[in-house]
Ligand binder design. Structure first.
Ligand code: NI
Length: 177
């Protein structure tokens, strides 16, 4: 078990496109996924992308547990998604608040596709093909953006909708991605 340091906005590695995984059998990939899982759990994140711990590979993980305080937020099963390809199901966009472990303590209103299909591979190289909507779709778009060197503040349309979490949402214990 290893909790890795999460890079923060300003580090050029977060702006660098990640490379596809070529070898699904490598012990380095298995260790990377364990470290990402441990790091996400330790920081109570909803998702994490490999570039956030300084590894420039197309690997993301995400998981959203059901929380009785947020009954509208659907739970998302723990997923390892490698070499992802996203296809929006429509042109419809929806604004929603996001946070990020690489932008700690902040929150911004970000437009995302309301529904999308994502394809890729799991940790053992088996294909994944899911069509999702709402918060699940938002988390996937946020994480896959990290693989393209995009942090969510770059997608905020009106920077008046960007601020400190404790000011915007006092008293709420919100997850970051
Ligand atoms: Ni993030």
């Amino acid at each position: 078990m290893a909790i890795r340091e999460v890079l923060k906005m300003g580090d050029p590695r977060l702006l660098t496109p990640a490379l596809p995984v070529a070898d699904f059998a490598s012990p380095e990939l298995a260790q990377l996924i364990v470290d990402m899982h441990d790091t996400m759990r330790a920081l109570n994140g909803a998702g994490l992308a490999a570039p956030q711990i300084g590894v420039g590979l197309q690997v993301v993980i995400f998981e959203v547990a059901a929380n009785p305080r947020y009954p509208d937020a659907e739970s998302v099963p723990f997923t390892v998604l490698i070499n992802p390809v996203l296809t929006p199901l429509s042109d419809e966009l929806e604004e929603g608040w996001e946070g990020c472990l690489s932008v700690p303590g902040m929150r911004g209103l970000v437009p995302r596709h309301t529904g999308l299909r994502y394809q890729g591979f799991d940790a053992s190289g088996q294909p994944i093909d899911r069509s999702v909507s709402a918060f699940h779709a938002r988390v996937v778009q946020h994480e896959v953006d990290h693989l393209h060197g995009i942090l969510y503040p770059l997608r905020i349309r009106d920077l008046r909708n960007f601020g400190f979490t404790e000011t915007l949402f006092p008293g709420q214990n919100l997850q970051d991605d």
